[in-house]
Each structure stands twice: as C-alpha cells, then as structure tokens.
Design a binder for this molecule. Structure first.
Ligand code: ARG
Length: 465
C-alpha cells in the first residue's frame, strides 16, 4: 500500500523495516496539541488571505478543534501506518470533515509544520521548567532563611577553609538556578520566531501573511529566511545546553547532599521519604534520590551531545536526520522534571544537624584567615607577613593538638609579641562568620538580607535577571 499523503509517484509500499525506521509517531505524538494549534492558526490565515474559502476554513477549524478534544480525552485513533503526528492529525481531520481537509496543507510543508510544532512544544517546556525552578528556589530560600545563622564549614579542595552559614551555602544554589532560568529565558527569546510559511524550503507562491500567523501563535515575528526556518534546530540545542548546565548544578548539589548525609559527615538527615534501605545490611539508609539526581545529569548532557552530533555536518535544508531531535529533547524534559521535583522534595525534607556542622567548622584551623586579618588590621602588618605569623600559630596549635582559639595568649605572643587578648574574640567560628559582612559575604545578617533580595529577584511575577 502506498502512503495516502505522498504516495502519488510510488508504486509499492515501504518495506517493514523502512516503515519501522521512518516512523516517529510513537514519540512525536507528544506534540500533538502543538501541531493542532499551528494548523488552526494556518487555516485562519489562509481564510483571511482568501487562499481557501471561509466555509472550508470554518469546517477545517471546527474539525481541528474536535481533533484537539479527542487528543485531550484519549479518544484519538492513532495510526502507526501514517508515520508521524502531522499526517495522523490531517488524516483524522479528513475522516471527520471529508475532502475540505485536503485544503489545510495549502502553502505549507511538513518541514515548516514540524519546525513550528516543535518550537511551540519547546516554548511550553521552557515555561514549565521555569515555574518548577522558581518553586525550587522558593523552597531553598525558605531553608536558607531558617538557617541564616547555622554555622558550617566552607570548603575549598574539599578541605575546611572558613566557617560559613548553611543559609549562605543554599543561596549559592539559588544564584545558580537564577542563571539557569536566565539562560532558558534567553533561549526562549531566540526561539520565539515562526517557521511556518517557509514551505518545504523556498517559501511559497501563495499570498500568505506570516505576520498574522506569528501573532496568532504568540511568536514575535516570522523567521526571516525560509531555508533557515526549516533547517534550524539551534533552539532545541540551546535549550538542551541550558538544561545541561542546570543538571550539572543539580548534580553538584546532589553530590553535596550525599556527602552531608554520610554518617562520617552527619550534617543532614532525610526522612524515610527520600531514603531507601539496603536489601542485605539492615542498618543502612541510602540517599538514593540524591544519587540519582547526581547521575541523571549524564542523560541530559548525553542528549545534547547526541543532537549536536546529529546536526553537525547536515547540509541545508531539512534532512530526515532532524527527526531525531524530538526524542532527545523529550528525554531531557522528562529527566529535568523528575530531577527538579526530587531536588525540591529533598531540600524541603532535609534537617540539618547544627551541632555536627559547627563542630566540623571548628576543625582544620578554620579561623586562620581571621587571625591573619586581625594581625593585618590591628598591628598594621602587611598581609603577607601576617599570613606567615598565622602559619606559625597553626603549626604550634598542631603540635599541641588544639584549635587556634585554644592557644594561650602567651603562645601567640611567643610568635608575635604585640598580639593581645582582643584577638581571642575573632577566633571563634561565630565571630569569623559574623565578621564577613562584605557584599555577598557569609555574615548571618548578610544572609538574611540576601534571602530577602533573592525573593524579590526570583520569586516575583517576572524574573529579575
Ligand atoms: N516526522 C518528521 C520530522 O520529525 C516530519 C517532517 C517530515 N518532512 C519530510 N520532508 N519528510 O522531522
């Protein structure tokens, strides 16, 4: 049997394997609603321009609305033999309204049709991800506010560096997610141009009005070059690149959750909602959700590399290779949705253990910078020399097996005689954190102010980026 849609010059139907490799319906049915939306706008424009009659246009639009309803309530009769969602919708329209359905594809090709539907789908996706990232930021900001003064160690090289607050640490991720949302918003601006009206590749001889179609579909303008319009998949790549960076951020956070949850750290607890047991070791509680968020970034990055590789070297304009774009992005969408939800759940669920965090913050001579800063400021010593003096104090504390703040004043004075009792005040982890009042620093009052500012920047109607 030859295809009803393009079978005119074909005498025999495709071999079974040809049909199997060619078919995209099993996955592109996910963009059915967007395909119908595009078709309705196209039909209305054809009527407005007198390209099809008003009565034809009316039955077409009514028919398409019925198709949309069938799709929404699960009654749509999908037919694998019809290759993809576009031909399924048109075929169904023909069943519903008869021969007038054949006029819908006037001045249109599947090439500009698929590019339009996929852009609409991607735009909807960006809006959904943005909303769920906003929710995640809200949960993080709440937690950060509760723990604006909860001391924990700040690390570099995974070694204790300086005391920070847990709230400060969480707000670092709020910033990352803000940039992720900014990147997606940028991608949205660039993708918001209409391909429809490009035809197969060269435009059309029909007197269409692409501005009208663009406006009906909420695009800012029609794409300026018909060949680019059907050949471009930057928009999908850009969203996947932004998604990859986002999933790297979630993966880094997930890794920290795994570390903090380990008994060796004991910084946080999860409820049973976000942990699992071991089939053999009854005492175990495993942070599987965090581990899976850490791992699933691999899928997102893999999908980006996959589609990049598909597009690399493709000549102008459309080639069937490009049909591979959808599964890649659909997979990214599903993975992101799951990972953002799991991360949101884990952040809301986790309970920090402030005593463990504080105890750990006191290790590793974490107030050494504070000693050096004190010597620099109070004794007017060049910072490089103060650094050297502090190094000697650390060495002394190490040999005595105590913290810096536990050294006797006389010990410190044996290194630098001008050091006085005033110094002991800066050598506690609380004083160290509270002293970092520079803009963006970790002082609890700063963190409270940063949390407030973050609410305003990220949780309002518009993203302030
Ligand atoms: N299913 C196809 C895709 O996703 C639709 C476009 C088909 N165009 C064509 N010239 N065969 O790319």
């Amino acid at each position: 049997m030859t295809s009803k849609m393009w079978g005119g010059r074909f005498s025999a139907g495709p071999s079974a394997v040809m049909a199997e490799i060619n078919i995209s319906l099993p996955f592109d049915r996910r963009m059915a609603a967007q395909d119908v939306r595009g078709s309705i706008a196209h039909a209305e424009m054809l009527v407005a321009r007198g390209i099809i009659s008003s009565p034809d246009g009316q039955v077409i639009v009514e028919g398409l609305n019925k198709v949309a309803a069938e799709l929404a309530n699960g009654q749509f009769p999908f037919k694998d033999a019809l290759e993809d969602i576009h031909m399924n919708v048109e075929d169904r329209l023909k069943d519903l309204i008869g021969p007038a359905a054949g006029r819908l594809h006037t001045a249109r090709s599947r090439n500009d049709q698929v590019a339009t539907g996929f852009r609409l789908w991607t735009r909807d996706l960006i809006d959904k991800i943005d909303a769920s990232l906003k929710t995640l930021q809200g949960v993080m900001i709440d937690k950060a506010e509760q723990h604006a003064g909860t001391i924990m160690p700040g690390f570099t090289h995974m070694q204790v560096g300086q005391p920070v607050t847990f709230g400060h640490h969480l707000l670092a991720y709020v910033e990352m997610l803000g940039r992720d949302r900014g990147r997606l918003a940028d991608a949205r601006k660039r993708l918001n141009e209409l391909p429809l009206g490009a035809g197969a590749l060269g435009g059309t001889s029909f007197p269409i009005d692409r501005n009208m179609t663009a406006q009906k579909l909420g695009f800012d303008r029609p794409m300026g070059n018909s060949m680019d319009a059907v050949a471009d998949r930057d928009f999908a790549l850009e969203v996947m690149a932004a998604a990859s960076i986002l999933s790297v951020h979630m993966s880094r956070l997930a890794e920290e959750l795994v570390i903090w949850f380990s008994p060796q750290f004991g910084f946080i607890k999860f409820s049973d909602a976000f942990t699992t047991g071991s089939s053999m070791m009854p005492q175990k509680r495993n942070p599987d959700a965090a581990e899976l968020v850490r791992a699933k970034s691999g899928r997102v990055i893999g999908a980006l590399i996959g589609l990049m590789t598909v597009m690399k070297g493709l000549p102008m304009t459309y080639s069937k290779d490009m049909q591979e774009d959808k599964e890649a992005l659909f997979g990214v969408a599903d993975t992101l949705e799951l990972c953002i939800a799991a991360t949101t759940g884990m952040i809301a669920d986790l309970e920090p253990n402030p005593e463990r965090m504080r105890e750990s913050a006191r290790s590793g001579y974490s107030t050494a910078t504070d000693l050096a800063d004190w010597v620099t400021q109070k004794l007017n010593v060049p910072f490089r020399d103060a650094h050297h003096i502090t190094g000697r104090a650390v060495k002394l504390a190490e040999s005595k097996g105590c913290e810096l703040g536990q050294l006797a004043l006389a010990d410190l004075q044996s290194i630098e005689p001008r050091i006085n009792a005033d110094v002991l005040k800066v050598l506690t982890v609380d004083a160290a954190a509270a002293s970092r009042v520079s803009y963006g620093g970790t002082a609890p009052d700063n963190v409270r102010a940063q949390a407030k500012a973050a609410r305003d920047r990220f949780l309002g109607e518009v993203l302030k980026w």
